[in-house]
Design a protein around this ligand. Structure first.
Ligand SMILES: C[S@@+](CC[C@H](N)C(=O)[O-])C[C@H]1O[C@@H](n2cnc3c(N)ncnc32)[C@H](O)[C@@H]1O
Length: 165
């Protein structure tokens, strides 16, 4: 089963894979990003449009599997990726996001999904963490984090891969 099929099936079996971000929290994520007027913004997982509709530009694109627009088929040049991705297939989502080579990748994740290994994937691809916003969303599991990666920037936090005992 590929990632695309898995996502569709998971969404059918577990509708809770669709978590709609509160409008004001999506705005918090958007406000973390420096605006460069010529840049193209992209919401890969649009659903209600709480991100997409608040993007500060008309140069904007989106995907949404429920509308037949699959992120994994998207290949246009974009500068800013900002969204709340589904929790399934996160490794493939990170890989594909990096392949698109935007200036900024800003994702809302469950805090447990922000692993050192995943940060390392970004770092090896030349992306560093430039902003972090920790938050709690009503009824969502645990804490969440808006994490922003930017191309050719250093991490503003440190981490290690040791399993400490
Ligand atoms: C966690 S929800 C977030 C929705 C919206 N960004 C928000 O925060 O309100 C993830 C969304 O991604 C969509 N999705 C899942 N797999 C996708 C794919 N491969 N391509 C495009 N959209 C996908 C789901 O249908 C769902 O609407």
């Amino acid at each position: 089963m590929n990632c695309k099929t898995a996502t569709i099936i998971k969404n059918k079996k577990e509708p809770n894979n669709i978590f709609i971000t509160p409008l004001a929290l999506a705005k918090t994520a958007i406000d973390m990003i420096d605006i460069i007027s010529t840049e193209i913004w992209y919401d890969p997982f649009k659903n209600s449009g709480n991100y997409y509709n608040q993007f500060p530009t008309e140069n904007k694109l989106y995907s949404e599997i429920l509308e037949g627009k699959d992120f994994f088929d998207f290949n246009e040049k974009v500068d800013v990726i900002c969204s709340n991705p589904p929790y399934s297939c996160l490794d493939n989502i990170i890989k594909k996001s990096i392949e698109l080579q935007p200036r900024v990748i800003n994702y809302l994740l469950g805090i447990n999904n922000l692993t050192a290994k995943r940060i390392e994937v970004f770092n090896k691809a030349g992306y560093g963490i430039t902003k972090v916003h920790i938050c709690k969303v009503f009824k969502w599991f645990g804490m969440s984090v808006i994490i922003q990666f930017e191309k050719e920037k250093e991490n503003i936090i440190s981490f290690d891969r040791i399993v400490w005992r």
